[in-house]
Write a protein that binds this ligand. Structure first.
Ligand SMILES: N[C@@H](CCC(=O)N[C@@H](CS)C(=O)NCC(=O)O)C(=O)O
Length: 202
């Protein structure tokens, strides 16, 4: 199995999760400008949608979209800690979190990276993020991770979105539980390893 990633982007959540699941995999960075992957493949041919993450299987099939990719990786974890298997109690709660992080958190960070976004668009995205992150602060309560004691693929995804905050001026100091969650996730060996392998600061 091969993971195609953009350095520091949402695909880092898949990188972290594959390490957490103890999987053997190859990982190839994609050049943002040329869309050439480090194995020489044209990423736009591999994934015509043009965005990461993408998993390429030995049979030639390609899986994309964070929610599908991350729930698939959770299913590879022999201990089931990265997320409950489909149909098990808790599986739909995991999907609920993945959907929320994808469409309400990740996609409100996107305009902050877009040089074409207007000041109004940025202000709206930041106001939306304050509401979305405030909801997570409440739901975390005294739990270490979103669904309880186990670090799941949803936590990996949330961690990655929060890792962008300083870069785009999103302040989470009003959310102490979320800030503590971030530090807890950041300290995990899988997170450190994935960051190191992508060439990101630790
Ligand atoms: N709908 C996709 C969106 C993925 C996405 O936004 N990927 C970004 C990185 S976080 C990307 O590859 N953007 C293309 C680029 O920056 O060139 C998903 O949820 O997987």
């Amino acid at each position: 199995m091969k993971l195609y990633y953009l350095k520091g982007a949402c695909s880092l959540a898949t990188y972290i999760s594959l390490i957490e699941a103890g999987q053997e995999f190859e990982a190839y960075g994609i050049d943002r400008a040329t869309k050439k992957a480090a194995d020489g493949k044209d990423f736009n041919t591999l994934n015509p949608k043009g965005y990461a993450p993408a998993l390429l299987f030995d049979n030639g099939e390609v899986l994309t979209e964070n929610i599908a990719v991350l729930s698939f990786v959770a299913s590879l974890d022999p201990d089931g800690k990265l997320g409950p298997a489909p149909g098990k109690p808790g599986y739909y709660r995991l999907l609920e979190w993945l959907g929320y992080i994808n469409s309400e958190v990740h996609k409100n960070f996107s305009p902050l990276f877009n040089p074409a976004a207007t000041d109004d668009m940025r202000a709206t995205a930041k106001a939306n993020l304050a509401k979305r992150l405030g909801y997570i602060e409440e739901r975390l309560g005294d739990k270490p991770y979103l669904t309880g004691d186990n670090f799941t693929v949803a936590d990996a995804y949330l961690y990655v979105t929060l890792s962008w905050r300083d870069h785009v001026g999103v302040d989470i100091s009003a959310f102490p539980k979320l800030a503590a969650f971030y530090e807890r996730a950041r300290a995990r060996p899988s997170v450190q390893q994935a960051r190191e392998r992508e060439g990101l600061p630790l």
